[in-house]
Design a binder for this molecule. Structure first.
Ligand code: ATP
Ligand code: MG
Length: 420
């Protein structure tokens, strides 16, 4: 039996361990506290906890005062009828007292280890959680020893405490695993939903030009048309086909880049030169719309794929041209700062309302622009962002209604060596 004073000390230790459990302290710390508390209550002992792993072998749990070489030597011990005190206790599911390890048959193959590490007696009790053995609690002494009633009572209490700690830890691990499984399921469901949404939008986008091709083809075959009407119908078919082709190209690019299958040929190139090429290509359209393209900045070496960077910049400048009014300017600037090279495309267009910004990169979402006269599928920005990311950069958009929109492509600056 424990004395009144001892019972109070045990209670204090139990309270401390419970507090650790409530504050979700790591299992190794809680087990260390339990082991050290018992060593204090039983002077001359060194205690340890071994835990059964999923492969059914015993692994180090806590042994703050046993030699590390001893702990390492028994790490991975398989339970069995002659596996020292701990392995045998787990095998039998009941305490094993080896009062003198030098004569105990269960210690026969461990005697050299016991001699090296000054072990005379070892008493091990299984730790059980939900009627299953999950590890052992061992008490070592340097000289032969048989536990008395008081020691048995102390070990019983602390083994129980260790079982609560292990149980608490397993429950926490299960909670984390459940939570992760829930997150994975939710994300799979979201991805699935996004895919269905994408397919629905894609069919819808393709239907409009296909219907116009069918309509023009029908009128060409059934009606007497003037050469002018015939020309208009053929022109309509050509434009609708080009629109379908560009949607299909963008969808394929998007699928490729999302699957990580887009070949990206990274090299050190001059971003300013790529900007110049894209602007030259769009200059006739800018002239037609009465919009000025203003370039600034000098040569900026970046690590990127020339063709894909050009595709990104064409996309951004096309958007600026598409949504800005005549008489406005579009500024395209190349700058460097803190190891980053930036290409910014700023327009003086209508801007985008803050509540619409998060839909900018949603495929086929045109934020209502489909009601306007400007064509487009709503794939340009999402593709431009994915391509930029595939080159290790990032694409962001800032916009203020009534002031304009600025798109920024940030890429790794490669200052040393570049081709021109
Ligand atoms: N510079 C801009 N100013 C105002 N609105 C813009 C600007 N850039 C994009 N947007 C808005 O974001 C939407 C999505 O742009 P995105 O480039 O993805 O598609 P799109 O230009 O409509 O079609 P696509 O690029 O596939 O031909 C546009 O429809 C438009 O509503
Ligand atoms: Mg676009």
């Amino acid at each position: 039996m424990l004395s009144g004073q001892e019972a109070t000390t045990v209670l204090d230790h139990q309270t401390m361990v419970m507090e650790q459990l409530v504050s979700d302290a790591p299992l190794a710390c809680v087990l260390d506290s339990i082991v050290i508390a018992l060593e204090e209550l039983m002077p001359g002992t060194r205690c340890s906890v071994l835990l059964l792993d999923d492969d059914g072998v015993l692994r180090h749990g806590s042994a703050p005062h046993l030699p590390a070489a001893y702990s390492m030597a028994i790490d991975g011990l398989a339970p069995g009828p002659l596996a020292g005190s701990c392995g045998t206790a787990v095998h039998l599911g009941e305490p094993v007292v080896a009062g003198d390890v030098m004569v105990d048959e269960r210690w026969e193959s461990f005697r050299p280890l016991a001699r090296t590490h000054d072990i005379g007696a070892c008493w091990s009790s299984p730790i059980k959680a939900h009627a299953r053995t999950v590890g052992t609690f061992a008490v070592y002494r340097r000289e032969p020893h048989e536990p008395d009633e008081r020691e048995r009572e102390l070990v019983r209490r602390f083994t129980h405490l260790a079982s609560i700690a292990v149980d608490h830890d397993r429950a926490a691990q299960e909670r984390v695993a459940h939570h992760q499984a829930d997150l994975a399921r939710e994300s799979a469901e979201r991805a699935n939903h996004a895919k269905s949404q994408f397919v629905t939008s894609l069919s819808h986008e393709l239907r409009t030009p296909l219907q116009s091709i069918t309509g023009f083809a029908e009128s060409l075959s059934t009606l007497e048309l003037s050469p002018e009407q015939r020309h208009k119908a053929l022109d309509g078919i050509t434009r609708a086909s080009a629109h379908i082709l560009s949607i299909v190209d963008d969808v394929l690019d998007l699928a490729r880049v999302e699957a990580g299958a887009m070949p990206i040929d990274l090299a050190v190139i001059d971003a300013h030169q790529v900007v110049a090429g894209a602007c030259d290509l769009l200059q006739p359209l800018a002239d037609e719309r009465g919009i000025e393209l203003v370039r600034s900045g000098t040569s900026v070496p970046v690590t990127a794929d020339r063709r894909r960077l050009r595709q990104v910049i064409l996309n951004l400048v096309s958007n600026a041209l598409r949504f800005s009014g005549s008489g406005t300017s579009i500024r395209i600037e190349t700058t460097t700062n803190n190891g980053l090279a930036k290409v910014t495309v700023s327009d003086e267009g209508p801007g985008i309302a803050p509540e619409l910004l998060e839909r900018l990169f949603v495929p086929f979402d045109r934020l209502g622009a489909e009601a306007g006269r400007e064509g487009g599928a709503g794939l340009g920005l999402v593709l431009a962002r994915r391509l930029t990311e595939a080159m290790g950069g990032c694409l962001t958009l800032d916009s203020t209604v009534g002031v304009g929109t600025t798109a920024t492509v940030a890429l790794a600056h490669a200052p040393d060596d570049h081709d021109k």
